[in-house]
Design a protein around this ligand. Structure first.
Ligand code: GBH
Length: 494
């Protein structure tokens, strides 16, 4: 038996060995950091004048929807403990911290008629504390926590929301823009729309797939474009920041290299990532979405497509509203061609019309949807480069969950190392990756999964009043990566 076979057997047995890890250093100006989101960490849900948002509302009125009937009333208590959070970031040596602003903490009525000064001061203090510690704020304007009063007026599926979001964004630029150089309008709008208004698996838990998810997306894209233009026209010249959107996707790998499975995988990518990115980067919804949804709508007897249309004026207004691209990536799945789904009740999934599965032997995590597939990272980055005209890419989330039973989170160390290795490989391929953000700084409220899935570098004791933070083993690892810019013991210079 050749040596090669022996080596291969042992690499497979141990998962990924160090030998396969990219040994080139990351560039000196590459940004390493961590992320959180307002509802998942802040707590203080009704303190100091904060208004109710859709997650407060959902967790309080339909607690059964959430594992353990959990909620974010206190969460990590970051509203009171932000200095401690920044100290953790400082200890990690993080270059940046990605956090989100709670709309209803700043504007309790959802509109600028009333500004909640205490809420504003919380974010001002957090940003100041980051500044004092040389940590760059990367600020998400919207990470899923819509003011409940705006949901009661129709939320993202009603056109009024475009103006409302634009007004809110302007307030954010005015209040914080002098100290913020990286903005994101939306985090993962696909989850807002598909899960919020399609599957109903996230707040506001509306189930009108194939209709309301498209309407929501239409308004989200218009809102994004409007916020970008406001920044561009009113703030860029004095504040000099960059603004974009964060889009999430799996890597969709074709079942085999047959033309039909390749085409199915590309259709899935376009319906997932292209749904949001294409209008902004290339102009309009992807061709395959426009065609498939129009055809299926016609077959359903509808007089027009369920996919809304942008006017020509809107199309040119939306195109180019990005200064970089935010990318959230966790996992992969396999896509194959299937026969055309029957015409019946509309659904986003039958509009896509492909089969999706995950092989049994892919290594898992504490989240059923999250398999450890580091190779997907490199493929995805290369696909994004080719499909969207080689943008600068900021990875704004990547991470893995465990069940919290041990502080020795080897799964996370291996995950970060192997995904980062593929990021570095992609940079060798010529992809312009400018930063990497680990999800998450600490364990937090994992939406419908409550506190059962732990994504943190730091463990949080949710039983203690203090919400004590304790470093897991991955902290040491990530610290070393940030300090040395290197994934192995010694790196070649970049
Ligand atoms: C990110 O979404 C979010 O931005 C972040 O807030 C969150 O904490 C983090 O992931 C970890 O989950 O339960 O089978 O219905 C990642 C994309 C999309 C992954 C929705 C989980 C639900 C799958 N997420 N998905 S399922």
């Amino acid at each position: 038996m050749s040596l090669k076979v022996v080596v291969l057997c042992c690499l497979l047995a141990t998962g990924f060995s160090d030998d396969e890890v990219n040994n080139k250093a990351f560039p000196g100006d590459f940004l390493f950091g961590t992320a959180t989101a307002s509802y998942q960490v802040e707590g203080a849900w009704n303190e100091d004048g904060k208004g109710e948002n859709i997650w407060d509302h959902l967790t309080h009125t339909q607690p059964d929807l959430v594992d353990g009937k959990a909620n974010g009333d206190i969460a990590c208590d970051s509203y009171h403990k932000y200095k401690e959070d920044v100290a953790l970031l400082k200890d990690l040596g993080a270059n940046h911290y990605r956090f989100s602003l709670s709309w209803s903490r700043i504007l309790p009525n959802g509109t600028p008629d009333k500004l909640n000064v205490a809420g504003v001061n919380y974010y001002k203090n957090l940003i100041q504390e980051l500044k004092n510690n040389d940590i760059i704020p990367l600020v998400t304007i919207y990470h899923w926590d819509l003011p409940q009063v705006l949901q009661e007026q129709g939320g993202w599926t009603d056109d009024f929301i475009v103006e409302a979001f634009a007004d809110y964004a302007r307030v954010c630029f005015e209040l914080f823009g002098d100290d913020v150089k990286y903005w994101l309008t939306f985090n993962e709008p696909k989850q807002t729309c598909l899960q919020g208004y399609g599957d109903g698996s996230m707040a506001p838990a509306i189930k009108e797939s194939g209709v309301m998810d498209y309407k929501c997306t239409h308004n989200v894209i218009r809102s994004h474009a409007k916020a970008w233009h406001i920044y561009d026209q009113e703030f860029r010249s004095t504040q000099n920041g960059r603004i974009s959107i964060t889009i999430d996707t799996n890597w969709f790998e074709p079942d085999d290299d047959s033309a039909e499975n390749e085409a199915a995988a590309e259709t899935k990518r376009q319906f997932t990532f292209g749904w949001y990115a294409n209008a902004i980067f290339n102009g309009d919804y992807p061709e395959v979405m426009r065609t498939r949804i129009a055809n299926r709508s016609a077959a359903e007897g509808l007089s027009e497509s369920r996919l809304p249309k942008f006017t020509d004026e809107e199309l040119s207004y939306i195109l180019g509203t990005h200064d970089y691209l935010g990318l959230n990536v966790y996992t992969s799945s396999i896509i194959k061609a299937i026969p055309e789904p029957e015409i019946g009740t509309p659904s986003y999934y039958s509009d896509i019309g492909v089969g999706e599965y995950v092989p049994d032997d892919w290594p898992g995590s504490a989240s059923s949807w999250l398999k450890v597939t580091p190779w997907g990272m490199r493929k995805l980055l290369n696909w994004v480069k080719t499909t969207y005209n080689d943008p600068e890419i900021f990875i704004t989330e990547n991470g893995v969950s465990e069940d919290g039973s041990s502080l020795e989170d080897e799964i996370r160390i291996n995950y970060y190392r192997d995904y980062l290795s593929n990021v570095r490989d992609a940079m060798d391929d010529g992809v312009k990756v400018i930063g990497y953000t680990a999800w998450s700084l600490m364990d937090n409220f994992e939406w419908m999964r409550g506190y059962t899935e732990k994504f943190g570098l730091y463990y949080v004791d949710f039983e203690s009043q203090n919400r004590t933070r304790v470093p897991k083993s991955s902290v040491e690892f990530f610290k070393k990566v940030i300090a040395t810019r290197c994934l192995v013991d010694t790196c070649e210079e970049a």
